[in-house]
Design a binder for this molecule. Structure first.
Ligand SMILES: NC(=O)c1ccc[n+]([C@@H]2O[C@H](COP(=O)([O-])OP(=O)(O)OC[C@H]3O[C@@H](n4cnc5c(N)ncnc54)[C@H](O)[C@@H]3O)[C@@H](O)[C@H]2O)c1
Length: 278
């Protein structure tokens, strides 16, 4: 059902790779809610993923850009404003990658070149997006910028590795830049801390299925799906949340406030039924 919440608004969506991507779901919902959008991803992801099909099917412009390249970002914003016929109202940053995770380097044996890349792609790129947009004065007053985060920024999660450091930095950038952008241009900057979700990036984490099952048992409302995350993004892009800024907003069915749930305890106890001792 559409509420026309984004009617007349223009946005840029980073990070839709395939139909599992959270950004893909957000792009779909933006169109449903009446927005005009531009999609962007790296050349490689455009070649490897399915985003080209989405763009063609929905008649949406697709502009290649590496979110770590200031030059690419400048070109992206200029082209997007030209194609959309004006300034931008909302941006989704849905970008992350860790070579340490991919190459199975544990947190106490990190490759530091990989770590630099993790931070650049998954956190500093958010700063670059914001700084480029501000320099070009590319975002309308009361515009809204959202990046996707994860609770490993606050709590240690087994095997989340250097992505935890990247997410902590990402959330800090939302606060620091949110202050300046809010004060000077009335632009909102927030992060959404999403439940574990089956996507290409998510599946790279070792033991991801167990993590999803554990989070599901711990969360009173269950894990939030990618579709539900997209709904939440829409509210933040809309005019209904104009005074929300510099926040990390948990969208996780209650997981982040839990210590132990009945369902998780029940499963934990079951593991001792085979004669194992506690
Ligand atoms: N899947 C989860 O469990 C989960 C949970 C919480 C937060 N998140 C976050 O959601 C966001 C989206 O991830 P997803 O789960 O939809 O996976 P995904 O793999 O579909 O999306 C990650 C995207 O990042 C893009 N990307 C990588 N390097 C880039 C670069 N240099 N420039 C531009 N784009 C680049 C990829 O091409 C891809 O489209 C990420 O920030 C991720 O950390 C995911």
């Amino acid at each position: 059902m559409s509420y026309n919440l984004l009617k007349g608004k223009k946005g840029i969506i980073f990070g839709a790779l395939n139909e599992m991507s959270i950004a893909w779901k957000v792009a779909e919902k933006c169109l449903e809610e009446g927005a005009e959008i531009v999609l962007t991803n790296t050349e490689l992801s455009i070649r490897m993923g399915q985003i080209k099909d989405f763009a063609e099917k929905n008649n949406v412009p697709l502009i290649p850009a590496d979110a770590t390249s200031e030059e690419d970002l400048e070109r992206l914003f200029k082209e997007a404003m030209e194609l959309l016929g004006g300034k931008i109202d909302f941006i989704l940053h849905s970008v992350a990658m860790s070579l340490n995770v991919r190459k199975k380097r544990p947190y106490d044996n990190l490759d530091y070149d990989f770590l630099q890349k993790t931070l650049d792609i998954s956190a500093i790129s958010f700063h670059k997006v914001l700084q480029t947009a501000k320099k070009l004065d590319a975002i309308n007053e009361w515009g809204s910028v959202v990046a996707l985060s994860y609770v490993a920024a606050q709590r240690t999660m087994f095997e989340y590795n250097d992505m935890a450091d990247a997410k902590a930095m990402l959330e800090s950038i939302a606060r620091s830049f949110g202050y300046i952008y809010g004060r000077e241009k009335r632009v909102r900057v927030n992060t959404i801390s999403q439940s574990p979700t089956i996507t290409t990036a998510g599946s790279g984490i070792k033991g991801f299925d167990s993590l999803i099952d554990f989070a599901e048992r711990m969360s009173p409302l269950g894990n939030a799906s990618a579709d539900e995350c997209a709904n939440y993004c829409i509210t933040l892009f809309s005019d209904l949340t104009r005074k929300v800024t510099m926040q990390n907003l948990f969208h996780d069915g209650g997981f982040s406030s839990m210590g132990m749930s009945y369902r998780a305890m029940h499963q934990y106890n079951k593991s001792f039924e085979n004669g194992e001792t506690k």
